[in-house]
Design a protein around this ligand. Structure first.
Ligand code: GDR
Length: 328
C-alpha cells in the first residue's frame, strides 16, 4: 500500500486529491494547521479516510515529525496562502508560507530521506500566476515568468526551489503549473464561486446584485477534479519534471457572467453587476491561456469538463445549497 502526505489537505484540491488517492488504495495523511481549524470538520465529513496530522509549513520541525509518522512515498505540497488579492495586504506572510514554506518542506524531506533521497516523490503546486504580465501566448513551461503579485512572486520562489532540489540532490520533484481550476468546493472569495453563489441567490430572490472588480481579465478555467489526476500522474513518471496543466481555452469574467446568468434564465445581467474599485488589483494578470501539450503527451492527461459545463455545475450546486440554507 502506497502512502501519501498532503499539505493543504482541507482546501479544494486537497479534498479531490485525497479522494483520488484513497480510491487508488493509498494510505493518506493530511497536514492540518492550527488549533480548532474550522476546515477540519469539512475534511472529516467529506473525506473521512484521511489521517490528520498537525503541522505548519512555517514550522520545519512539525514537517519532519509529520514525515516520520506518515513515512510517505509521495508528498503533495498544496498548502499555501492562495488568494492573490490578499497577498498585497499580507506580503510577508504570503512569502513565508507560499514561498519559504516550500523550502521548509523540501529541506525536511531531504533530512528525513537521508542517503535514500529518491524514496520520497515530491509535488509542488506551482501556478499560472507566475506568468503574470503577458510574455507569450499561450503560456508553456518555457515561458518567461513575470509575476504580478506578492503571491505570484512567492510561487516563483517555490517553483525554482523545487527545480533546484531536483537538480542539486536528484530528488524526484515535480512542479505542476496549474492554471485556474474550480469546482463546487472552491472558496467563495474566488471569482467563479463568488459569481455562482451570487447568481444562485439572485435567481432565488435572496440577493439583489453582485459587486465585482475587473470584468475584462481572461482566465483558462478547468475543473479541479480533473487537475488532481494530473498531479498524481506526474509522480508516477520515471523522473520529476515541470508541466503546464490547463485547458488551452480562455474566457473573460464577462463570459463567466454570461454562462452563469443564462443558466438561471437571465440573458441581460448588466443591471445586476456593479463594478467596485475595492475588487480591482494593484496589478492585474490580464490574460492567461495555457498550452498543456506536454501534459497531454507525456502524462496522457486530458481535462474532461469544459468551461460551460463547469460553470453550470457550480451554479447548480449553489442553487441547491442556497435553497437548503434558506429553507426553500
Ligand atoms: P486568480 O483567481 O487570482 O486568477 O488566482 P480569482 O478567481 O481570485 O481571480 C480571477 C480573476 O477575476 C478577477 N475578478 C475578481 N476576482 C475576485 N476574486 N473577486 C472579484 O470580485 C473579482 N472581480 C474580477 C480578478 O481580478 C482576476 O483577474 C487563482 C487562485 O486559485 C490562485 O491561488 C491560483 O494560483 C491561480 O488561480 C491559478
Amino acid at each position: 500500500m502506497k502512502r501519501a502526505l498532503i499539505t493543504g489537505v482541507t482546501g479544494q484540491d486537497g479534498l479531490y486529491l485525497s479522494e483520488l488517492l484513497l480510491s487508488k488504495g493509498y494510505e493518506v495523511y493530511g497536514l492540518v494547521r492550527g488549533q480548532n481549524n474550522p476546515k477540519l470538520a469539512l475534511l472529516e465529513q467529506t473525506v473521512p479516510g484521511v489521517k490528520v496530522l498537525t503541522g505548519d509549513l512555517m514550522d520545519m520541525s512539525s514537517l519532519l515529525r509529520a514525515l516520520n509518522v506518515a513515512q510517505p512515498d509521495e508528498v503533495y505540497n498544496l498548502g499555501a496562502i492562495s488568494f492573490v488579492a490578499y497577498s498585497w495586504e499580507n506580503a510577508h506572510l504570503t512569502s513565508d508560507v507560499t514561498g519559504k514554506g516550500v523550502l521548509n518542506l523540501l529541506e525536511a524531506i531531504r533530512l528525513y530521506a537521508g542517503d535514500d533521497i529518491r524514496k520520497v516523490r515530491f509535488y509542488q503546486a506551482s501556478s499560472s500566476e507566475m506568468f503574470g504580465k503577458v510574455q507569450e501566448v499561450p503560456q508553456r513551461e518555457s515561458t518567461l515568468l513575470w509575476p504580478r503579485s506578492p503571491y505570484g512572486v512567492a510561487k516563483v520562489y517555490g517553483h525554482y526551489m523545487t527545480i533546484n532540489y531536483r537538480e542539486s540532490y536528484g530528488m524526484h520533484a515535480s512542479s505542476g503549473i496549474l492554471f485556474n481550476h474550480e469546482s463546487p468546493r472552491r472558496g467563495p472569495e474566488f471569482v467563479t464561486r463568488k459569481v455562482s453563489q451570487a447568481v444562485a441567490r439572485i435567481s432565488l430572490g435572496l440577493q439583489e446584485n453582485i459587486s465585482l472588480g475587473n470584468l475584462d481579465a481572461k482566465r483558462d478555467w478547468g475543473f479541479a477534479g480533473d487537475y488532481v489526476e494530473a498531479m498524481w500522474r506526474m509522480l508516477q513518471q520515471e523522473e520529476g519534471d515541470d508541466y503546464v496543466v490547463a485547458t488551452g481555452e480562455t474566457h473573460s469574467i464577462r463570459e463567466l457572467l454570461d454562462v452563469a446568468f443564462a443558466h438561471v434564465g437571465i440573458e441581460d445581467w448588466s443591471s445586476l453587476v456593479l463594478q467596485d474599485p475595492r475588487f480591482m488589483r494593484p496589478a492585474e494578470v490580464e490574460l492567461l491561456i495555457g498550452d498543456p501539450a506536454k501534459a497531454f503527451d507525456k502524462l496522457g492527461w486530458k481535462p474532461q469538463v469544459g468551461f460551460e459545463q463547469l460553470v453550470r455545475m457550480m451554479v447548480d450546486n449553489d442553487l441547491a445549497e442556497q435553497r437548503a440554507l434558506a429553507g426553500l
